[in-house]
Unconditional design. Structure first.
Length: 281
């Protein structure tokens, strides 16, 4: 009998024990659930649409894929894009992957027009620092987070911050799909690597408080570029411009007792480092 697009099926909990975590698994305990097979859902693996022998199973608004068919992709990053009804499975790229080569292999660039933006790529949305010079450059640490393989691509080193970048022309050799600018996220202060909403709110409030200030009647205008969480907990690297000059400082959160004994934080910062001053090697 031909299966309809929205075929409704009944599944025994014991048979789906590897998928459903709720309940007790025992021979004398069975859980009957209603689920749907979605033949219209797509599955894309590393940018290539694949045809599964068994369609995705939808139960309680969650998607379940056949583990046997996807066993070789254990440890992959899974993203869901509702607008196209597509499930993406992307091989995980080590976020600590070093840049290949040595310093003499890098093209030298300088910060000219850096700005953050959110990009949609393979079903996920990622904050990325872009630097416009003679061409468009993307910061390597953001590309790693997106799962973009940059092995064998020519890289560039920013002269003062020493961050590594890859040009858009080089990345065209590696994109599995062309990233699109996301218009669903509108954060004027972009913070990467931090998910805690209390910490995010505290950092953004601190930065907003120092956008405009005066010292000895001299006005200062600060524009945040991007804030990155560092490996040390509650520590962040903050890239900014002040009166048209590029600086970098370190922000540090200290936990205090908030209302109803919920954790709260205060922000401290180190002195600003002028990253346009030539470093002494």
């Amino acid at each position: 009998m031909k299966m309809s697009k929205w075929s409704k099926i009944a599944v025994l909990g014991t048979l789906m024990g590897t998928c459903f975590t709720a309940g007790v698994y025992a021979q004398d305990v069975l859980q009957r659930v209603d689920a749907y097979l979605r033949n219209d859902f797509k599955v894309v693996v590393n940018g290539q649409e694949v045809k599964l022998a068994n369609p995705p199973l939808i139960y309680n608004n969650s998607s379940y894929l056949p583990v046997k068919e996807l066993g070789t992709y254990l440890g992959a990053v899974v993203n869901w894009k509702d607008s196209t009804k597509t499930i993406y499975l992307n091989s995980r790229v080590n976020p600590q992957q070093p840049a290949e080569g040595n310093e003499t292999n890098y093209t030298e660039i300088v910060l000219q027009y850096p700005y953050p933006q959110y990009l949609d790529y393979l079903g996920g949305t990622y904050p990325v620092l872009v630097n416009m010079t003679d061409q468009t450059y993307y910061r390597l640490k953001d590309l790693d987070r997106m799962g973009v393989s940059t092995g064998g691509l020519r890289k560039a080193k920013e002269k003062y911050s020493e961050d590594i970048y890859v040009s858009e022309e080089e990345l065209k050799k590696s994109w599995k799909e062309t990233p699109q600018i996301s218009y669903l996220i509108n954060e004027p202060i972009v913070i990467t690597g931090e998910q805690d909403p209390v910490k995010l709110k505290t950092i953004r409030a601190y930065v907003e408080g120092f956008r405009y200030y005066e010292i000895n009647k001299v006005p200062y205008m600060t524009n945040p570029i991007i804030i990155d969480a560092l490996p040390e907990e509650n520590t962040y690297s903050y890239l900014l411009t002040e009166n048209g000059h590029f600086y970098r400082t370190t922000l540090k959160l200290t936990q205090i007792n908030g209302n109803n004994n919920k954790p709260d934080y205060v922000v401290g910062s180190s002195s600003k480092e002028d990253i346009q001053v030539t470093r002494v090697k």
